[in-house]
Design a protein around this ligand. Structure first.
Ligand SMILES: Nc1ncnc2c1ncn2[C@@H]1O[C@H](COP(=O)(O)OP(=O)(O)O)[C@@H](O)[C@H]1O
Ligand SMILES: [Mg+2]
Length: 282
């Protein structure tokens, strides 16, 4: 297995959040004395292919993706992306040059991403493509994305006027047009219709293989994770995780053990989750 990202003795924690009610206002406050440890001295290699990250809620899928893409940094140990220590990107929020360099290594689609712009979807696609990192440019890639992701109906609209599913499709198009060395996506398709999910992931799988661009994503829909990945990163019951070829790891026994639930209830949970996410996004 060729690797793209390495975790070396990585530890990561968040300050613990507590809910406080002040004047009937509900706030999350951080308690500096307590932390939520997500990773403790983790060493692993992540493959240079299409990889789905799955496992129970709160086990660290988002955190792992953020660490792998240089959006979060370990408190101990190090993460390298194509051999580069992500600590080189620590100033990305303050320094546009560092930010661009980090984005050249990895683009990131945040869960429930918001997006406002004065430009239309079509204009943004052009802008992202022209200011991104593809070695050559022609109209084939934008055209193909427009077709596969069904963008034609809202190319002239602005992002803030899109429905959630349209927004997610546009953002996937941007992430491909940008041409980063890898693409990382946290729940990128929950608001799409089922056939649209298939088309989006089918395209990404092909793109990943042909262009040799690792694509890492988390997804609640287990069928999708099985169908559209070469590799799986599966969080197990004890919150540790395993990485390996999907064909080896995706077995009913293994999935049921990891989720502590029978497969058919997992499918039902899936659609419930989709409804909750869509409502939260509205
Ligand atoms: N910004 C944050 N501040 C404090 N705790 C967080 C934050 N983000 C995530 N956590 C906690 O870290 C753990 C891992 O979260 P996360 O990576 O979001 O898991 P997943 O994506 O698998 O649901 C959970 O216990 C979660 O509550
Ligand atoms: Mg998450």
């Amino acid at each position: 297995m060729e690797s793209a990202v390495r975790f070396e003795d990585v530890s990561f924690f968040y300050p613990k959040r507590e809910i406080e009610v002040v004047d009937s206002d509900i706030r999350a406050v951080e308690n500096p004395d307590e932390v939520t440890q997500v990773f403790a001295s983790v060493t692993t290699e992540l493959p240079a292919g299409m990889m789905a990250v799955i496992g129970q809620n709160g086990y660290g899928k988002s955190t792992l993706l953020l660490l792998a893409a240089g959006r979060l940094f370990p408190h101990e140990g190090r993460v390298t992306v194509f051999g580069t220590d992500t600590s080189a990107f620590r100033d990305a929020d303050r320094d546009p040059e560092v930010e661009q360099e980090r984005n050249r290594y990895a683009s990131f689609i945040y869960q429930n991403m918001e997006f406002e712009s004065d430009q239309s979807v079509g204009e943004l696609m052009e802008y992202v493509y022209n200011n991104g990192f593809h070695e050559s440019r022609d109209s084939r890639l934008p055209d193909e994305l427009t077709r596969v992701l069904e963008l034609h109906g809202f190319l002239t609209k602005r992002m803030q006027h899109l429905a959630k599913g349209q927004l997610q499709r546009a953002i996937i198009a941007f992430s491909v047009l940008y041409g980063s060395r890898m693409i990382v996506m946290d729940e990128p398709v929950f608001a799409l219709e089922e056939p649209q999910k298939d088309r989006a992931f089918g395209f990404l799988m092909e793109y990943s293989r042909v262009q040799n661009v690792p694509v890492y994503y988390s997804v609640h829909n287990l069928e999708l994770s099985q169908k559209y990945s070469d590799y799986l990163l599966l969080f197990e019951r004890d919150r540790s995780f395993v990485v390996g070829p999907t064909a080896e790891l995706f077995t009913r026994d293994r999935i049921e053990a990891a989720y502590q639930a029978p497969m058919d209830t997992l499918h039902r949970r899936d659609s419930l989750y989709r409804e909750v996410m869509i409502r939260a996004a509205e």
